[in-house]
Design a protein. Structure first.
Length: 404
């Protein structure tokens, strides 16, 4: 079974509950507080931003990941980043409220925040709203939770996969948010995936880190790394399967595929909802010397403002792509082996304009809403791809008006 953001049927995950409410952190009357809870004995894994100015909730969540977590506390409208010791105290205070009301240790509550950087967290508003979110905890609350974590997103993002093994159906469901400040090493994104499969924590962390590098670490909208990125996975074990602790079994393989597909779909949904975006662009680099070289070339193209504005204008200015490739910091690039295609249209062969290229055909490809830029370096066997957007007038407007 496969569903996507456009037709998502919010399939509940046994043992995992979500509750939402309006705490009044935002000024638009939207849900802005989400509590997620799960049964004791579940496994929890997480990956966080590498930004040196990571937010207070990231510091706490990263530290408490080792403390048998039982709840996530998520607020939007305020990032609680750049707030120093006061921000850490505020995050602890909100977690303490949830801890007191749910009879778990405070260290078992992990906070997450997203929104404007540098403003004090409204502890009183969050504390007053937590009982309402707890009262709303339900296994079928995924759609409300997906909306409750949104900031500049224009639509909620959710995805589900289910698979069968030995007569048991296992579910993997997830939600994410993010539209701008999107760059590898996560993004200004939050993502939460839950499964009812039983998975050993160390193995869950291992495969989650791998999956992150194949999904959320392969997207870029504007090249700005957030202070608040977090990607969490909870495995409740409610399906009753034998504990998965290594990748050798058929069950483990099915789970890894489902987790990867959900993560990739959620990551691509962030790009598709990129601030002001009108194009979904795949940049694929083939026959690079190393994976690192392939990614360096892909990101040189995906981050280039000149390439991105040409994409927005549907302008087949192939020279901008060529120049971006040429500035990538790779040790092995042989120009006369280089080829580039727009979808299936060759634009560069042996480092120069392809003989069969014509502007009309290029214009037709660039006018599409989904485009692949395929680059073959001809020097090795490594292949990587990243997903990005164009750069539009609307992106400028959204971010110019962000705090107003």
């Amino acid at each position: 079974m496969a569903t996507g953001p456009g037709d998502w049927q919010a399939v509940p995950v046994r043992g995992f509950r979500m509750g939402t409410t309006m705490a009044g952190i935002r000024h638009d009357g939207r849900r802005d507080l989400v509590v997620m809870g799960w049964d004791a004995g579940s496994s929890v894994a997480g990956v966080f931003t590498r930004n040196r100015f990571c937010a207070a909730p990231v510091l706490l969540a990263r530290e408490r990941l080792r403390c048998d977590p039982r709840y996530f506390l998520v607020n939007t409208g305020n990032a609680n980043a750049g707030t120093g010791e006061a921000g850490l105290l505020a995050a602890r205070q909100t977690c303490a409220v949830l801890s007191d009301l749910s009879d778990v240790d405070e260290s078992q509550v992990l906070p997450f925040s997203t929104g404007v950087i540098g403003q004090p967290l409204p502890v009183d508003k969050i504390g007053a709203a937590i009982p309402l979110a707890l009262a709303d905890l339900r296994e079928d609350n995924w759609p409300h939770a997906a909306r409750g974590i949104m900031t500049t997103d224009t639509r909620s993002k959710g995805c589900t996969r289910q698979f069968n093994y030995a007569g048991v159906t296992c579910t993997v469901s997830g939600i994410s948010k993010g539209a701008g400040m999107i760059k590898p090493d996560m993004a200004t994104m939050l993502a939460y995936i839950a499964t009812d499969a039983a998975v050993e924590q160390a193995f869950l962390q291992q495969i989650m880190t791998e999956i992150t590098n194949q999904s959320f670490n392969r997207i870029t909208v504007d090249g700005d790394m957030s202070t608040n990125d977090s990607f969490m996975v909870v495995a409740t074990g409610a399906a009753g399967n034998d504990m998965i602790s290594s990748r050798g079994s058929e069950l483990a393989k099915k789970l890894i595929i489902a987790l990867r597909e959900v993560a990739v779909e959620l990551a691509q949904a962030i790009v598709r909802d990129g601030e002001g975006a009108s194009k979904f662009v795949t940049v694929r680099v083939e026959e690079a010397k190393t994976r690192q070289d392939a990614l360096a070339v892909a990101y040189a193209v995906a981050h280039s403002p000149l390439v991105k504005t040409a994409l927005f204008a549907s302008d087949p200015n192939w020279g901008r792509i060529l120049a971006a490739v040429g500035q990538a910091p790779v040790a092995c690039m042989i120009i006369d082996r280089l080829s580039i295609w727009l979808d299936k249209l060759p634009i560069v062969e042996h480092g120069q304009l392809a003989a069969q290229y014509n502007e009309e055909a290029g214009q037709q490809v660039m006018g599409r809403s989904e485009i692949m830029i395929r680059i073959n370096l001809g020097v090795g066997s490594a292949t990587e791809e990243v997903w990005t957007t164009d750069l539009s007038y609307e992106y400028i407007k959204i971010n110019a008006d962000y705090r107003s």
